[in-house]
Design a binder for this molecule. Structure first.
Ligand code: ARG
Length: 456
């Protein structure tokens, strides 16, 4: 018998059950559902709707149901439509008729919204912890490479030299912003719908502030209709997870490119590399490709769910049951991706020599223009002059530093024999001392500031 069978003379058809039931995926909400019910039973007793003895009996029964789930010993019944019906059915088997008093004034509409917010708050906390571990791995790698230089790219073309630490720390800050978004989403989701009833509120004098506090929420929701019918907290978390996955996919793409033998800047640890069943020489980075690949799926979950929400009329609608699978899926994937990328970063071998061999003097063309600027030439003219020198060097098939002083002075009288000092990659990096720049002093300050964030 279903919970709502009173007005029907026929049980649901099997084909309806296959569509309608959510137990297959919402059973993971059992702990949140039972915690919500324990707090609600107390609230009913405090409001003198049930006696303290009835509350004790219900709470004892709920604790037993929790133990059965924890021990993987809970037996589902054919009639268990969703986690809420399953828990109440079992509770009533254990405690008898008094179990039927628990749902007084409550609806599955405020119940499910409460359960899922609680679940999402915990998931957000776990996600934050995983992100902190990744940031710590990035920071530790960076600390060892403040003076290691590699080519920096724009448009994936060689641009200017930067330090390895600077490259790694750029991702630290992306994940810092993801954490900030996560905190703000977490703060918004911490309002408790329980006590909102089906849509109109609760006619029994339950203390919603107490219920919210007992469940670990910051406050009760302000409006019962809103509380049961919006799922913006789900969309928030799907968005934060998607954007974080976008950042993961960008880091993964850098790792894929830099570990390609044509670059050879980094080598992945065997434990986080894969091989080929046919080509014996292969070292692939399948996990990094999954960072990229799964990001598409996370974005799909976000867009799909926003589409589910759009144009829903006020009040609970069964469409809202579609909130769970996308969020479960997105977060389960984040919890698979994050430990792997953290371990990959922590175990990354940085090939200092290969990076140094990849440095070419065209990366110093801007420094050459800056040299002329320091001698009084307007930057636009300096840019033009160096462009001409780059072209001449290419035509002659020589490096920039092989251009003789006479030729340089033919292009600009501002050149002198101290120009040779420009052709030093380390010097180029150390020139960029601006706040947030790649000079080692600036990067060390960046790392100190990052550490302060980690201590927050
Ligand atoms: N399984 C439902 C869900 O996840 C629970 C709420 C059902 N409420 C209702 N009025 N049918 O949304």
């Amino acid at each position: 018998m279903s919970l709502w069978g009173g007005r029907f003379s026929h049980a649901s058809d099997e084909i309806l059950r296959a569509l309608n039931d959510s137990i297959e995926f919402d059973h993971v909400l059992y702990a949140e559902d039972i915690e919500g019910s324990i707090v609600y039973a107390r609230a009913l007793a405090d409001a003198k709707v049930i006696t303290p003895a009835e509350a004790e009996s219900i709470i004892g029964g709920l604790r037993q149901v929790m133990q059965e789930f924890d021990a993987d010993a809970f037996e589902f019944a054919e009639s268990d439509e969703d986690i809420h019906t399953a828990v109440e059915r079992r509770l009533t088997e254990i405690v008898g008729e008094v179990g039927g008093k628990l749902h007084t004034g409550r609806s599955r509409n405020d119940q499910v919204a409460t359960d899922f917010r609680l679940w999402a708050m915990r998931a957000a906390d776990n996600l934050a912890s995983e992100l902190r571990l990744l940031q710590t791995a990035l920071l530790s790698q960076a600390e060892g490479h403040c003076e290691t230089v590699l080519p920096g790219y724009t448009h994936l073309q060689p641009a200017q030299p930067i330090s390895v630490a600077h490259w790694l720390m750029s991702f630290f800050w992306m994940f810092e912003r993801d954490l900030d978004r996560l905190r703000s989403a977490r703060e918004r989701m911490a309002e408790c719908p329980l006590g909102s009833g089906a849509l109109a509120g609760n006619p029994f004098p339950v203390d919603r502030h107490q219920i919210a506090a007992d469940l670990g929420f910051e406050r009760p929701s302000e409006n019962s209709l809103d509380a049961v019918s919006d799922r913006d907290f789900v969309a928030d978390l799907l968005y934060v997870a998607s954007l974080c996955a976008v950042h993961l996919s960008r880091l993964a793409e850098d790792i894929l490119i830099y570990s390609n033998p044509a670059f050879g800047f980094i080598t992945l640890d065997d434990r986080y590399s894969t091989g080929s069943s046919l080509m014996p020489q292969k070292r692939n980075a399948d996990p990094m490709e999954l960072m990229r690949g799964k990001t598409g799926r996370l974005i799909g979950n976000l867009v799909g769910f926003l589409t589910t929400l759009k144009s829903l009329p006020s009040g609970y609608n069964k469409d809202l049951q579609e909130d769970k699978e996308p969020l479960f899926d997105s977060l389960a994937n984040m919890f698979r991706l994050l430990p792997v990328i953290t371990a990959t970063v922590a175990s990354l071998a940085i090939n200092v020599d290969a990076m140094s061999e990849a440095l070419s003097e065209d990366l110093l063309a801007t420094d050459l223009a800056d040299y002329l600027v320091k001698r009084g030439l307007p930057f636009r003219q300096a840019h033009h002059a160096v462009g001409a020198i780059v072209r001449m060097a290419a035509e002659r098939g020589v490096a920039l530093s092989d251009m003789d002083l006479d030729t340089l002075q033919g292009v600009s009288s501002h050149f002198d024999d101290d120009v040779a000092a420009v052709f030093d990659y380390g010097r180029s990096v150390e020139q960029r001392t601006s706040f947030g720049g790649t000079a080692s002093a600036a990067v060390k300050l960046q790392i100190e500031r990052a550490k302060a964030q980690l201590r927050r």
